[in-house]
Design a protein around this ligand. Structure first.
Ligand SMILES: Nc1ncnc2c1ncn2[C@@H]1O[C@H](COP(=O)(O)OP(=O)(O)OP(=O)(O)O)[C@@H](O)[C@H]1O
Length: 581
């Protein structure tokens, strides 16, 4: 019923999220025990009360029994109010910590993880599964512990009263265990499928809403609708299957309980009638009442057990995110200081996104400190990947990348990355004001510094016009060129010693591009600058140019050298010039 992995996951959850609350858990346990004792006392008092009635005893004794029973149940009611207040707080704290840990952990993971994991899967873990666990731990588990305490205490009392009758009642135990074993496997299987389906559904919603422009232009709304509706149908089917698997538990236990009641009325009745078992009418009625008090929580426990199986799958889902390990992290004794003006060198680098097809095999390049180097080449030749290796979004598999002779893997990642200003192809705009979007790369920048950066990137006018108005999800209220100018403004604001420009001005009109380019040229003065561009006219001024083809450097030199070589570069340049005429 519990696999090795389940036990390990529960131990992990306990260690990290509940153990520190042990004193409070004891308080809850104490209150739960009192509730169980209330039931046991109730039984004992009922037996006394019945005896007073059967034996025509004193009315005052009966009143006393009634008063105590009332007092006992009032105590139980007060505790029933206090327990959830405390337990929900404990569970919410645990899940907040779990969510915080998951977020912290996500931040350490490699870019590669996010490129292969569906967004819905991450949302599912952080939102639904964490919430589900909170409810389960805070409510279901506490109720289950209360039920277990009641079962143990009342059963103890029943064993004390008549071991023989209790042993007879245990006849059904093996059947219950077999049933639970069978059901738990089924529940686990359906829950795992449901979780995957829910993750895919969430990813579908994310893709649909962020890709609505393409959906509408391609007229694919019916297909998107169909895709999502199909997913909801699938979820409905799985939810019914799960409920059906869980639903058999309670009625099956009720049937078994009926069997035990009949057995005990018959057997117990016989024991009273024979008079040789020390059991009277009041005793057997109280005994039957006791069994009812045991069966009710036992039935809830069985249904808790069914829910537990589903939650173990959820717990495993959350844990699996924790099991993801980053491959790019700081080495021990990593340096924080390095010469940012030094040459950056790729030495015999091998790298592949997909192990079977290396993109680079023995690639060597040098980016001279303080100079402008350009990388050109056909689409897919690996230009952006070179920039990703420099910024350690990926690590090389073989060879090394160095700055001023120091391998970049010896440097603290935070310090190394902070030496870059980047204008990337995939510009990320947040749904906040334009000003805050520029400030994102340097939160401590003053208003004047943000304005100067916006002016250099020719976006100051728009920044004033929009004021504090958010830019829409993923900057949806901006044009491509406006987004690009925000990215450029960020590079101006950050003003780090190494500048990476990946198709930085490709979305700008000629006039704006000319202005921005002058500003960028000023910014790159004295900085190690790497430019990736398709439009070769944009890089003719570079101190050195690399021409990449299918992951290999096929030509290199200055613009003049390369034209003189009359090779690939000269051909590309000639073709572009012709098309501009
Ligand atoms: N995250 C990734 N996972 C798998 N393959 C990738 C990934 N990113 C890029 N690739 C592949 O690696 C190759 C090089 O991509 P890269 O983006 O470096 O090319 P590029 O020269 O910058 O192209 P472009 O000029 O179109 O921007 C391409 O074949 C691409 O399909």
């Amino acid at each position: 019923m519990f696999s090795e992995q389940d036990r390990d996951n529960i131990a992990w959850f306990w260690r990290n999220y509940l153990k520190s609350k042990t004193p409070w858990l004891f308080v809850v346990l104490g209150m739960i025990t009192i509730q169980g004792v209330v039931y046991q006392q109730f039984l004992s008092l009922t037996e006394d009360g019945l005896r007073v009635i059967f034996d025509s005893g004193a009315m005052s004794d009966l009143i006393e029994v009634c008063a105590i029973v009332f007092g006992l149940f009032t105590t139980r009611a007060i505790i029933s109010y206090l327990i959830p207040r405390l337990s929900v707080r404990l569970a919410s704290d645990a899940v907040m910590k779990l969510r915080r840990d998951l977020i912290d952990h996500l931040m350490t993971l490699d870019l590669a993880f996010f490129e292969r994991t569906q967004s819905g899967e991450i949302i599912l873990r952080l939102v639904n599964q964490a919430q589900g666990l909170s409810l389960f731990v805070g409510q279901a588990t506490v109720n289950a512990v209360r039920d277990a305490a009641t079962v143990i205490i009342v059963s103890g009392y029943l064993i004390y009263k008549s071991p023989l009758l209790f042993t007879a009642a245990l006849i059904i135990l093996p059947t219950i265990l077999l049933l639970l074993q069978h059901v738990s496997a089924k529940i686990k299987e359906v829950q795992a499928t449901s979780e995957n389906a829910m993750g895919a559904y969430m990813t579908g919603i994310d893709e649909m809403s962020s890709g609505m422009r393409t959906v509408k232009i391609a007229g694919q709304e019916p297909i998107e609708r169909e895709r999502l509706v199909e997913a909801t149908k699938n979820l409905r089917k799985l939810s019914i299957r799960l409920q059906s698997a869980q639903a058999v538990v309670v009625p099956a236990i009720d049937m078994m309980a009926a069997f035990v009641y009949v057995l005990l009325i018959g057997g117990g009745g016989y024991m009273v009638l024979s008079g040789s078992f020390g059991l009277d009418g009041a005793g057997i009625i109280a005994y039957l009442l006791g069994l009812v008090l045991v069966f009710d929580p036992a039935r809830s426990l069985a249904s808790f057990f069914a829910k537990l199986q589903a939650n173990l799958i959820i717990l495993n889902g959350v844990r699996s995110l924790h099991r993801e390990k980053p491959t790019i992290f700081d080495r021990e004794n990593a340096h924080t200081d390095f010469n940012t003006d030094g040459d950056i060198v790729l030495e015999n680098v091998r790298f592949s996104y997909d192990r079977k097809h290396p993109l680079f095999d023995d690639l060597s390049m040098r980016f001279e400190g303080g100079k402008v180097t350009a990388i050109v080449g056909a689409t897919g030749s690996g230009k952006t990947t070179v920039l990703s290796l420099l910024t350690r979004l990926y690590d090389v598999e073989h060879g090394q990348v160095t700055i001023d002779g120091t391998p970049i893997t010896d440097l603290k990642i935070k310090n190394w990355r902070s030496s870059f200003s980047v204008v990337a192809q995939d510009i990320v705009i947040f749904n906040s004001s334009l000003k805050d979007n520029i400030r994102y790369v340097r939160p401590d920048a003053s208003d004047e510094e943000v304005r100067a950066a916006a002016e250099a990137a020719e976006i100051a006018e728009l920044m004033d016009a929009r004021g504090d108005k958010p830019l829409g999800p993923k900057g949806s209220q901006l044009s491509g060129g406006q987004k690009q100018r925000i990215a450029i403004a960020r590079a101006f604001l950050r003003a780090s010693p190494i500048l990476l420009l990946d198709e930085a001005t490709s979305a700008l009109d000629q006039k704006t591009e000319d202005k921005v380019k002058h500003a960028l040229n000023r910014l790159s003065k004295g900085k190690t600058t790497l430019i990736v561009a398709h439009r070769l006219s944009a890089i003719t001024h570079a101190d050195w140019i690399y021409v990449l083809d299918a992951g290999k450097v096929v030509e290199q030199g200055t613009h003049k050298d390369l034209l003189a070589q009359a090779g690939l570069y000269a051909g590309m340049y000639g073709a572009q010039k012709k098309s501009y005429r």
